[in-house]
Design a binder for this molecule. Structure first.
Ligand code: HEC
Length: 130
């Protein structure tokens, strides 16, 4: 083995050690995070349901749907005029700040944690229009 190869394998080993040292933290975080359905119930369930309009509009089929298009729900004029189509990207932006994304919209709720947003959006994706 050349000196160079030895040095390289030492530094790879050091990196692996550092990575392993981080793993328990990563595992703890993953284990502590509830799944998308549970997060949806916890974070969104006080105002939304999948199949019924409540304080907020129903969510079935929301991924791929035009904003403000659920019949029988009284949307804000701002959201009606927004011209948004809900995709994982636009939903991620919405959940970081509905007011910032659509000024005058009536949802006052954000999800700060990106992993939680991703899990909730994946759950919404799993509830397509019938
Ligand atoms: C405190 C009540 C409240 C909570 C909590 C809440 N929302 Fe909302 N949501 C609303 C209201 C009210 C609207 C209608 C906004 C408007 O008309 O401007 C809305 C609208 C939406 C829309 C637009 C739907 C459409 O048909 O265009 C999406 C998407 C949405 N919410 C997702 C979520 C998600 C996901 C969560 C949980 C992380 C959540 N909301 C939590 C009240 C809430």
């Amino acid at each position: 083995m050349s000196m160079r190869a030895i040095l390289l394998s030492i530094s790879v080993g050091a990196l692996a050690t550092i990575a392993l040292a981080l793993v328990p933290g990563v595992r703890a975080q993953t284990a502590a995070m509830p799944d998308g359905a549970t997060l949806y119930r916890m974070r969104c369930g006080s105002c939304h349901a999948i199949d019924a309009n409540r304080t907020g509009p129903l969510h079935r089929g929301v991924v791929g749907r035009r904003a403000a298009s659920v019949p029988g729900y009284a949307y804000s004029p701002a959201l009606r005029a927004s011209n948004i189509t809900w995709t994982p990207q636009t939903l991620d932006q919405w959940l970081q700040g509905p007011q910032r994304m659509v000024r005058g919209s009536r949802m006052f709720f954000t999800v700060a944690n990106p992993q939680e947003r991703a899990a909730i959006i994946a759950y919404l994706r799993s509830q397509p229009a019938r």
